[in-house]
Design a binder for this molecule. Structure first.
Ligand code: CAA
Length: 282
């Protein structure tokens, strides 16, 4: 199946990065939000990234214009009716996804694929509330989506081989390297990353080292681009909490249990970079 027009649901941190990536790859891209101010904020983030690339000389004026011409925002799901592939990147809340998937199923043409960018929720369940479970799978991007080279294709027990192959070719056309994982909480990356991040929070919470030293240790000791507490702020503490909860729910292993500090920080609106405060201030 040839993909020409791509829809993205949600223009938050991940949705805007995914829409930016698709527009840059030359796809006619339409991103849907639920309110104009969310859409404006997301579109401004994308424009900011293109302005930065222009300033750095990574793209020229014509490319910047071309990228922009490939991207459009909307508040109406019906505008996605002729998309060949839609990627949802809405809040990590199962009830929200289970409302969205039947609505997309009704709005989209029958042959369109519906992909979820969820980092740990059950995609099989999302497919099951549509009449096209064979055309549903995960396509999980990493933050910042335009930069990080990996995507996880998440195959449910109902996803067809044809869907996996179409999504694999699509991922490569975005300049990404796809890996395929089964639909179990955390897939590959978060199954390994979340316990590491939670351990770093526990270490800080128990006063075993300062936050700066924990970050410096993992950056310089392991060659990671960011220390775990900086990465937590970057990913979002709310996103991490939801991922940890999903993993804990699935495996019931203490290493996935969110620590009291993480929960208290999210309760207090300390979500990391996006709220201006997390383990550090921004
Ligand atoms: N669009 C286009 N280019 C962008 C960009 C964007 N939105 N954001 C950054 N860039 C580019 C910059 O222009 C820069 O390019 P050059 O090197 O060519 O100048 C490059 O990316 C690196 O950016 P910076 O120079 O600003 O900063 P940096 O070198 O410190 O790198 C980073 C920043 C890429 C984020 C790096 O620190 C990193 O890789 N951090 C780890 C990120 C990570 O682990 N992400 C995964 C999180 S887990 C997740 O997302 C999954 C989940 O479900 C929780």
């Amino acid at each position: 199946m040839e993909i020409r027009k791509v829809g993205v649901i949600g223009c938050g941190l991940m949705g805007s990065g995914i829409a930016q990536t698709c527009a840059q790859a030359g796809y006619e891209t339409i991103v849907r939000e639920v309110a104009q101010d969310f859409l404006d904020k997301g579109m401004a983030r994308i424009q900011g990234a293109w302005d930065m690339m222009l300033q750095k000389g990574k793209i020229n004026e014509e490319q910047a214009r071309d990228y922009k011409n490939h991207l459009r925002g909307t508040l109406d799901t019906k505008d996605l009716a002729d998309c060949d592939l839609v990627i949802e990147a809405v809040i990590e809340n199962m009830e929200e996804k289970l409302r969205l998937f039947p609505a997309l199923d009704n709005a989209l043409k029958p042959e369109a694929l519906i992909l979820s960018n969820t980092s740990s929720l059950n995609i099989t369940q999302m497919g099951a509330v549509t009449k096209r479970a064979d055309k549903v799978c995960g396509l999980h991007f990493f933050n910042p989506a335009p930069v990080m080279k990996l995507v996880e294709i998440v195959r449910t027990i109902s996803t067809s081989d044809e869907t996996v192959e179409t999504v694999r070719a699509f991922a490569k056309s975005l300049g990404k390297t796809p890996v395929v994982a089964k639909d179990t909480a955390g897939f590959i990356v978060n199954f390994l990353l979340i316990p590491y991040l939670l351990a770093a929070i526990r270490m800080y919470e128990n006063g075993l080292a300062s936050k700066e030293d924990i970050d410096t240790a993992m950056k310089l000791g392991c060659g990671y681009p960011m220390g775990p507490l900086t990465l937590l702020d970057y990913v979002g503490l709310d996103t991490t909490l939801w991922a940890a909860e999903a993993l804990y729910e699935e495996f019931k292993e203490p290493l996935y249990a969110p620590s009291p500090l993480l929960r208290r920080m999210v309760n207090s609106g300390m979500l990391g970079r996006k709220s201006g405060r997390g383990f550090y201030e921004y």
